[in-house]
Design a protein around this ligand. Structure first.
Ligand code: NAD
Ligand code: MG
Length: 381
């Protein structure tokens, strides 16, 4: 049985996940009411969304060209939208570390967070879990692999003993190491199976995304790193494999679309019809193939998982170094192959203290960013 109409906030409504969430809500208007929206810089698109949906609150995180006059502006709009009294569910679809404060505030305020912003969990996993506990909020993944795990675990009385996340392998799955080294921005953004924002598209090309997801799974499902792995599955049909103690393995299957994981994060543990998802056809999906991750070519995967294992502030440093390096690559400042070297250089000398309070996490984020920027400057002069 579905609960009464629930209020939804979308943080990052002008992005890929944000716009897809609006598509999902359009089909579910008897169950959900849109209460709050935030965008980054795209005032025109935010204004059009406000015109369509008439939310109680809308704000922009930045202004460009004086375009923001119609909205409250500044980084605080995320927390304002996330903690609005009429909001029950916060879809955090902001990209990067900028999503952390709103994830924490929403959980402290007892909201459900439908989390696309994996970076906030990677940076501050323990703090996010603690915020959910003390605020009695709920943390439900939007990431397709983690949604798949959650769906495989639903109704199980035994815990999972091993999780395998699938990875498409990205656009460079079969490329030689030398070619990957000098791949262009256009090549890196040409993802074979998913249409996504620029940052996560580059993360999928380096496979840093899969390391972020292993860390995300560690915190969401409480499993040690030895019980978490990734496998390349180029068709992106199976989203995750969940192994139980008796050796039985459950998988969640479907054509790649974010609409289903977004809807499931809104309705969990229930389901709703009219998901907008194309009906599955195993013949059309075949063949399904699997390959190991090429760890020698995609070093960011290994570096990220090792940062997860090191714990403390190391995942926050990994995330920060990756964000800075990806932005520099997208900006034409460094070649593709430099991304992993920046990440490695920051992590090599990282002295991972505990990440038990927000100050230490934010400090680690700042220090790692500044180290990464210095490395980039040094290499480009
Ligand atoms: P995107 O770049 O398309 O959208 C990001 C949104 O966040 C935009 O609305 C942008 O204006 C806003 N934003 C950016 N920087 C901001 C800042 N500093 N402060 C406030 N708002 C800011 O990205 P996306 O592809 O939608 O991804 C969003 C998140 O979802 C990421 O964490 C990504 O890893 C995750 N995710 C995305 C997909 C996908 O299919 N796109 C799948 C799984 C997980
Ligand atoms: Mg994913």
């Amino acid at each position: 049985m579905m609960r009464p109409v629930r209020g939804v906030a979308i943080l990052g409504s002008t992005g890929s996940i944000g716009r897809t969430t609006l598509d999902v809500l359009r089909r579910q208007q008897e169950h959900f009411r849109l209460v709050a929206l935030t965008g980054g810089t795209n005032a025109e698109l935010l204004a059009a969304q406000v015109e369509d949906w008439r939310p109680a609150y809308a704000g922009l995180a930045f202004v460009r060209n004086g375009n923001g006059q119609r909205f409250p502006v500044g980084p605080d709009v995320l927390v304002e939208a996330a903690t609005h009294p009429d909001v029950d569910i916060v879809v955090n679809a902001v990209v990067g570390a900028a999503g952390l404060a709103a994830t924490l505030a929403a959980l402290h305020a007892g909201k459900r967070v439908a989390l696309a912003n994996k970076e906030s969990l990677v940076m501050a996993g323990e703090l996010v879990l603690e915020a959910a506990r003390t605020g009695q909020g709920e943390l439900i993944p939007v990431d397709s692999e983690h949604s798949a795990v959650l769906q495989c675990l639903a109704g199980q009385r035994s815990a999972a003993c091993r999780l395998t996340l699938t990875a498409s392998g990205g656009p460079f799955r079969q490329w030689d190491a030398d070619a990957v080294e000098t791949a262009t921005v256009t090549q890196a953004l040409a993802h074979p199976t998913w249409q996504m924002g620029r940052k996560i598209s580059v993360d999928s090309a380096t496979l840093a995304n899969k390391a972020l997801e292993i860390i995300e799974a560690h915190f969401l499902f409480g499993l040690p790193y030895d019980a978490l792995d990734a496998v390349v599955h180029p068709q992106s049909i199976i989203h995750a494999l969940v192994e139980f103690c008796d050796g039985s393995v459950m998988a969640q299957i479907g054509f790649p679309t974010m609409e289903l994981p977004i809807l499931y994060a809104l309705t969990w543990p229930d389901r709703l019809p009219d998901s907008g998802v194309p009906r599955f056809d195993p013949v059309r999906a075949s063949p399904l193939t699997f390959e190991p991750v090429r760890r020698d070519v995609f070093g960011a995967f290994h570096a990220g998982v090792e940062a997860g294992r090191a714990g403390g502030t190391a995942p926050a440093a990994f995330n920060a170094a990756n964000e800075v390096a990806v932005a520099a690559f997208l900006d034409g400042q460094i070649p593709f192959g430099q991304i992993v070297r920046v990440i490695r250089a920051v992590l090599e000398t990282w002295d991972a203290g505990a990440a038990t309070d927000l100050d230490s996490v934010l400090h680690a984020d700042r220090v790692a960013r500044s180290q990464a920027r210095k490395l980039i400057l040094r290499n480009s002069t």
